[in-house]
Each structure stands twice: as C-alpha cells, then as structure tokens.
Write a protein that binds this ligand. Sequence first.
Ligand SMILES: NC(=O)c1ccc[n+]([C@@H]2O[C@H](COP(=O)([O-])OP(=O)(O)OC[C@H]3O[C@@H](n4cnc5c(N)ncnc54)[C@H](OP(=O)(O)O)[C@@H]3O)[C@@H](O)[C@H]2O)c1
Length: 315
Amino acid sequence: MAESMDYCIIGGGAVGGILAYYLHKGGFGSRIGVFYRRNDSIKAVEEAGGIIVEAGGDPYLVPVTPLHYTTPGVSCEFVVNAVKAVDVPSTLGLMKSLSRNSRAVVMVQNGFGSLELAEEEMPDRCVAAGVVYFGGERVRENYVKHAGGSSIILGSRRGMCQGLMDLATALRRGGCDARVVSNIDFYRWLKLALNSVVNPLTAIAMARNRVVLLEEAQPLVDLILDEVVEAARLHGFNLDKRQLVKHVLNSARNTGENYSSMAQDLARGRRTEVDYINGFVARTLESAGRGLTVNKIITLIIHLIEGWREHEGHS
Ligand SMILES: NC(=O)c1ccc[n+]([C@@H]2O[C@H](COP(=O)([O-])OP(=O)(O)OC[C@H]3O[C@@H](n4cnc5c(N)ncnc54)[C@H](OP(=O)(O)O)[C@@H]3O)[C@@H](O)[C@H]2O)c1
C-alpha cells in the first residue's frame, strides 16, 4: 500500500539521525520515514520506537518509521539523502521513486560527486546540496550522539525553490541553524578544503582533529590547501589561501577532541570518502595536465590502509 511521508531520510546514521531530530522538533509531529540498508538497523529502531539522539547530554527519542531501502510505493514531500558518498549509487532508484512528487531533494555528503550524480539522475527536480556544519557519531543502530555544531547551509544550483526554503524553516524551528544560499558551490569548496586536510591527516595519524594543529602537520596543511586553491580556481572559484588556512585551523581547534569520519571509517574497517575529497582535487588537477599531486598521494595512502584492513579483516 502506498505510504505518504512528510520527510524521507535515506540513511539513519549520524547525520540522518540528527536531521530527523531537528525535523521532529521543528515539524510538530511530522511523519518521518528513515530508510536503511540492513534489517538489523530497522529492527533496532523498531524496538526503541525511533532513533535516540543524544544532544547536549540528554537522550531524546525521535519517533520515525524505519523502512528498508527496497520498500516500494512511498512518497515524500521532502527527501534527504544522508548515506555515505560511496553508497549514493545504491540509493538512486529509491531517491527517484521517493521524490516523484517531492518539493526538494537534499544531498548532504561531504566532497564532490554525490550532488552531481543526483542532478544527473533527476533533471526535473529541486535537487540541492546540504553542507553540514554539525558533527555526530552513530554509536548503535538506534543511537546517535550529537557532537556539536548546529548549522547546515542549503542551496540548489538550479536556482531557488520554495521547497528548500520551507525545509530550512522546519529545520530552524527545530533548533538547527539552516540557511539557504544562492552560491552553494562556494560553501562546498570551503567544506572540501576543511575535509581534505582534517580527514586524511587524522585518519593516517589515527588521531583526534587537533593533530592538525601540530607543528609537524603544517607543511602538509600547506601543500594540500595549495592544491585545493588551484583546483577551485579551475572550477571558477577564487579562494584566499590565508583565509582558508585560518578557517581549517580554527575548525580543527573547535572540534579538537573529535575523530573525523575518515578516521572513524578506517578504525571500523570501512571504505572512506577519500575519492570524493582528496581524490576529487587530484582528478581536477590531473585533467588540467598537472602531474603527480599531494592529494593523489594522500588518496593512495588512504586506499592502502583501507585495503590492508579489508585484507586482514579488521573491524
Ligand atoms: N558524521 C558526521 O559528523 C558528518 C558531518 C558532516 C557530513 N557528514 C557526511 O554525511 C554523510 C553521512 O555520514 P554519516 O556519518 O551520517 O554516515 P553513517 O553514520 O555511516 O550512516 C550511513 C547510513 O546510511 C545507510 N545506508 C547505506 N546504504 C544505504 C542504502 N542503499 N539505502 C538506505 N540506507 C543506506 C546505513 O544503513 P544501515 O544502518 O542499515 O547500515 C546507515 O544508516 C557522509 O557523506 C558524511 O561525509 C557526516
């Protein structure tokens, strides 16, 4: 039987869970469907009666309907895709079907590639990016810890759409600092700069974000960001290197005690999003005729660690 939801969130991990929390608080009892890949996740959420989100130290139960990603016939007013970038291709069919009558589709993945894929697959929908400036960790299938920050910047490269404005309003009502901008790619580049430094350095050093502040990290920060600035320029964006370094170091300081998602993925033996972050910078420069880049070497090192962990069955 066809089911109708106000919000559909594909992926009930850290970001999906926290967005469900804001939407529940701001949507006044809205129907929220959350799609999972594994039946264990669905069972755990059913047992708890929703997703438990720990924000500011207090656990809060967000009532959601957990669904398998192969469930047919669901339609939604708003769709948010919050799976990892590597899993986005496996959600394209679901996304297209959920968004038949939806007013906005938001992709929240870090890096470049996921928004582009969604735009290609859904040429007639209000497809947008959400640049996430909050952190979280999913500690159990049905339990997410909000680790700080509360902002999300939303924007569609297809121009303004009312659906996106209304989604931002619901998020704001729920306590999220949600903003809609007309130049979303600029914010995606700023976030890419941050991720291209913090993620691989913490993952390689197996350290907290504050490792980026060490004196020994500065030559790497410099080399990575030089290439990010060059790649952004090739895409038509002029980033100020000095401002960028400040932005990256301030963010690493503010989230100093956190482990980046790349460090967490490697620790759990999972594939990372490096191809969408440093790999994207490397490919951009390669296609402009640049030889070997630091971002390429970093991508290869992360792949080596991923491969070793897979080979040895670490988890
Ligand atoms: N975590 C953060 O603090 C943070 C901050 C900023 C941006 N981001 C970005 O947000 C994105 C999501 O990260 P995350 O940390 O929230 O991920 P996560 O905790 O690993 O959760 C991923 C979720 O995606 C689900 N999933 C995977 N394939 C699926 C499919 N085919 N259909 C439906 N669901 C599927 C998983 O389902 P199962 O539970 O069934 O496995 C899981 O619930 C990433 O791109 C990341 O870069 C994360």
